[in-house]
Design a protein around this ligand. Sequence first.
Ligand code: SF4
Ligand code: SF4
Length: 352
Amino acid sequence: MNANSKALIPVVQLSDHEQEVQRALQICNACRYCESFCAVFAAMTKRLEFNQADIHYLANLCHNCGACLHACQYAPPHEFGVNIPKAMAQVRLETYQEFATPQPLGRLYKSVGIPFVSALTLIFFFCMLAVVWYKGTDLFAGYQGNFYAIFPHNFLALLFGATFTVAIVLLGIGISKFWRQTSKVIHGKVEKPDLVQATQNVLTLKYLDGGHGKGCNEQDDRYTQIRRVFHHLTFYGFMLCFAATGVATLYHYFLDLHAPYPYLSLPVILGTLGGIGLVVGPAGLLYLNLKRHPLHGDREQKPVDRGFIFLLLIVSASGLALMAFRNTPYMALLLIFHLATVMTFFITMPFG
Ligand code: SF4
Ligand code: SF4
């Protein structure tokens, strides 16, 4: 490389979807009607032009709430055809693919739909069934809720712990690549109040309130909080299930208390409450996804959205069924199916 080539400014060729976001945001910047709706518009007003890092950052700030589409006087069929939620969703998919680790697997983001997760779950189910059959375990004996009579505790802890750790590391690498690129657009340091504010916004899903507190749009111009409620049930249900697993691990290793735990023990109460949230939340989100206004978001991503929600639903429904029927002869089959759904969830987590 000679001295002249070092002086050249690198040119980043924007994709068609990135150019569409750039075009739409330039119209929004002149209009600014939606300025108070969400963080996207507040951030947008700090720019007159948008480079690739700006576009990636803004696309991932958008919650696809639909409020700006329903408010927009330039939305289709207007000739300007401004559809911010759709343009942002299309760029988001590109960022998921670009920052996926390993990157070639990013194309899975387009295929992890309901058929894919169902097939993977069945593959794991039959593999585990084959292992149990090979060991000569009686599938329908009365095990009184003792899961470890089917698979030893250490085997489960090692297999699922290792898979979950790999999934979290891959996700973490993807997030750090995204952070490195988009942090170029943030001037100054991220301060403690920023982190507190961002955490509050995440935990309350502030930007699903439409900017006026009445909620976002689903099928039409009416505002509703229902999507926020279902998201909260899903998220806090997941956290309760995670807490149940953590408490059970402490009981096992530090208090020498082993499963199965009574119905009124802390791990079972946390797991049951979390499981109910994780059934009701995803079932509601799946229903809303099927009913959403056709101009919201990117139609091509609906299969992957539905695949992920469906997977959460079968993980939690099979977990609750396992808890309810753990003292019956069907416990082993339910356990194997539940473990197959959990394994599918962990494996698709960085790409789904
Ligand atoms: S989405 Fe439409 S109404 Fe809202 S700021 Fe952009 S151009 Fe204006
Ligand atoms: S869809 Fe909602 S979150 Fe996304 S830019 Fe529009 S108002 Fe903001």
